[in-house]
Design a protein around this ligand. Structure first.
Ligand code: PXP
Length: 256
């Protein structure tokens, strides 16, 4: 079954719009879990524009499913993550001016720095994932650094302006999943996925986890978090059934 990790950053964005104490992202995390989320994702950014240090501590205490912390390789953030010990860290690039994470981490260029960092996290039992563009060079570098998983950046697909560009982006993702499997990596996906565009990505066999934030939180404002999470779960479940149908059809074919 495909796993849905709900990114609750933008619950904190809403709170920070007034610098008050509501809504609390931990409340959202609990509601998302009650609705069937398989995990909770948050990004403790260097500028603390949404999630803050207290949120990270509270999430660690209340999240009963998988806690995935997105983070840059900044020394101060690494120190917090090493102390917090979420179930998984996802290393992402971070720039102050960006609205959200734009593109993947350059693992090729930063391999020397990333390899010992991955080792440190592994040493304290924290799984590691690298958020990268689905390029073979990056996937190979992630495997060489010892990451457990790669999260393939789906922004190229989500932002594609034409059907041809979308198809090409999907093909690139499909190839990326295959390459990552060749290197023994688990494959996650995320960025820019919405209720309208998630199905073709979810239909790609071999992606286990989806990290989805903005679209779910945006819908939550209108229909509530539980319904929003359940709707996204249903879309992923439909894709899972499709995968199973393919496996079963394969089994029915005579050996050649
Ligand atoms: N995955 C990663 C690594 C991200 O940085 C983000 C954005 O915080 C997401 C997934 C979720 O993206 P979106 O909010 O567009 O669903």
């Amino acid at each position: 079954m495909l796993k849905l990790n709900v990114n609750i950053d933008h619950v904190a964005t809403l709170r920070q719009a007034r610098r008050t104490d509501e809504p609390d992202p931990a409340w959202a995390a609990t509601q998302a879990e009650l609705a069937g989320a398989d995990g909770i994702t948050f990004h403790l950014r260097e500028d603390r524009r949404h999630i803050n240090d207290r949120d990270a501590e509270v999430l660690k205490q209340v999240v009963a499913t998988k806690l995935n912390m997105e983070m840059s390789t900044d020394a101060g953030i690494v120190k917090i993550a090493m102390r917090l010990k979420p179930d998984q860290v996802t290393l992402v690039p971070e720039r102050r001016q960006e609205l959200t994470t734009e593109g993947g981490l350059d693992v090729v260029r930063n391999a020397k720095r990333l390899k010992p960092l991955v080792k440190r996290f592994k040493g304290v039992g924290v799984a590691t994932s690298a958020f990268i563009e689905p390029a073979e060079t990056q996937i190979r570098a992630a495997a060489e650094c010892g990451f457990d998983a790669v999260e393939l950046w789906t922004g190229g697909y989500a932002h594609a302006k034409t059907p041809r560009a979308r198809t090409n982006a999907l093909d690139t993702l499909i190839e990326g999943v295959d390459r990552a499997h060749d290197f023994g990596l688990d494959v996650h996906a995320g960025h820019g996925l919405t209720y309208r565009n998630v199905a073709p990505v979810a239909w790609i066999p071999g992606i286990t986890d989806f990290n989805i934030g903005h679209s779910i939180i945006a819908r939550s404002v209108l229909v509530g978090i539980r319904e929003a999470v359940q709707e996204m779960r249903r879309l992923l479940e439909t894709a899972s059934h499709h995968h199973m149908a393919i496996v079963e059809a394969d089994d029915l074919l005579p050996d050649r």
